[in-house]
Design a protein around this ligand. Structure first.
Ligand code: AMP
Length: 396
């Protein structure tokens, strides 16, 4: 893997694709700067080498070209504070404004370009637009894992203009190494834990994981489609009727391949979707009419904790229940705790995909697991297809 550590950037102008898609409040204050902080090591390495840095990113989903709300100028002051040096800003990412700003840049200096998505060609992967971006720098670094599953101009297309001068930043290389470790070099037993609302979102991943994992643990809303497919009564729990066959097929394939699939044996059920609904704990296949399963039950928690405790590699995507509500968070919390203790005993644990990251952060376990992925959709697509456009563009 070619990373910034393989190069010395002295007198280079590094064009770095970062992910500065940060949340802003109504006054344009950054409410969570995690993504900006994540890019600092790559930026600092290049500046320290005596290179100059040109940052490009998207922010939000502007539909109609330049929009105040989505301007990256709101990020300049904070970035400058974090780096402790001035950051200059180009009010367009291409054209004379960008060209002049980049030409004026000296070693050790840094420039942030305006939102790439103010140009439609970014998301369309426009070759001419990518070429114009490429003319701003002498070296291309991709450090935006969150958008690496998109073949956009700045994430993939631009790489062709740097045939010998391109590499991954630390965010990208960390993410790639961690997925690789789990998918291609997993120490066994390898347990994949899948949860969340819908089976339909997770079918492709399940199909991939059946070829890799020793154990697959299922929880969350998606579990009820499996329970119903096997003839269980699930009351008014979440179900995807059109995926019952698929669920049975997944179970059959897993059996043929010798993969253990764990479906919950009990559930915490409620009479409506609310934190203070009436609730009871019950075997999962006899849920009465009018009740819905919103968490795995204590018997299931114990079984899952045991499987996780005996694993050497753990991948977790998706909560075990409606963990946002305190009445239904126990299953998700207990899985998180089991992963933390397996990690303490030497297992490698990768947490990724939106809501499991939110859960790990809710319980403040971020530092007690091996790796928390920053790219939800990108991580899932990586697992599904074994690569990403943004990764291939560097490796090609
Ligand atoms: P996903 O984005 O597919 O990972 O789904 C995450 C969402 O699934 C979270 O907001 C959970 O509250 C929700 N969820 C988890 N378990 C259940 C359940 N048993 N019934 C309804 N929603 C659930």
């Amino acid at each position: 893997m070619k990373t910034v550590d393989n190069y010395i950037f002295f007198e280079q102008k590094a064009l770095i694709r970062v992910d500065f898609n940060v949340p802003l409040d109504a006054h344009y204050n950054i409410t969570d700067d995690t993504r900006i902080r994540a890019a600092l090591p790559t930026i600092n390495k290049i500046l320290k080498d005596g290179g100059a840095v040109i940052l490009m990113s998207h922010l939000g989903r502007p539909k109609e070209g330049p929009t105040e709300k989505y301007s990256l100028k709101h990020v300049v002051d904070h970035l400058s504070k974090l780096l402790n040096i001035p950051v200059s800003f180009a009010a367009d990412c291409i054209g004379s404004v960008a060209k002049e700003a980049s030409s004026a840049l000296k070693p050790g200096e840094i420039l942030l370009l305006e939102n790439l998505r103010f140009h439609k060609e970014e998301e369309k992967g426009g070759v001419d637009f990518a070429k114009q971006l490429s003319e701003l720098g002498t070296f291309y670094v991709n450090d935006a894992f969150g958008t690496a599953h998109r073949a956009h101009a700045s994430t993939a297309v631009v790489a062709q203009f740097f045939p010998n001068n391109k590499c991954f930043g630390y965010v990208m290389s960390g993410e790639i190494a961690s997925v690789n470790k789990v998918l291609n070099f997993a120490e066994k037993p390898f347990t994949a834990i899948m949860g969340g609302a819908k089976v339909s979102d997770k079918i492709l991943i399940l199909e991939q994981l059946i070829n890799k994992a020793d154990n697959i643990i299922i929880g969350g809303g998606m579990a009820f489609t499996f329970v119903k497919a096997q003839g269980g009564k699930i009351g008014k729990s979440l179900v995807e009727e059109d995926k019952l066959e698929t669920a049975l097929k997944i179970l059959k394939t897993a059996k043929e391949k010798g993969v253990n699939i764990y479906i919950p044996v009990d559930a915490v059920v409620a009479d409506n979707f609310s934190n203070d609904a009436n609730k009871q704990t019950i075997d999962i296949n006899v849920i009465p009419d009018g009740w819905m399963g919103l968490d795995i039950g204590p018997k299931t928690e114990a079984i899952y904790a045991d499987v996780i405790a005996n694993s050497k590699t753990v991948l977790w995507n998706g909560p075990m229940g409606v963990f946002e509500m305190s009445s239904f968070e126990s299953g998700t919390k207990s899985v998180a705790e089991a992963i933390v203790s397996a990690t303490k005993k030497g297992a490698y644990s990768l947490i990724g995909g939106g809501d499991s990251v939110a859960a790990i952060n809710k319980y403040k376990f971020g530092k007690d697991v091996s790796y928390v992925s920053t790219g939800g959709g990108a991580l899932l697509e990586y697992i599904e297809s074994g690569s990403l456009p943004g990764v291939e563009a560097i490796e090609k």
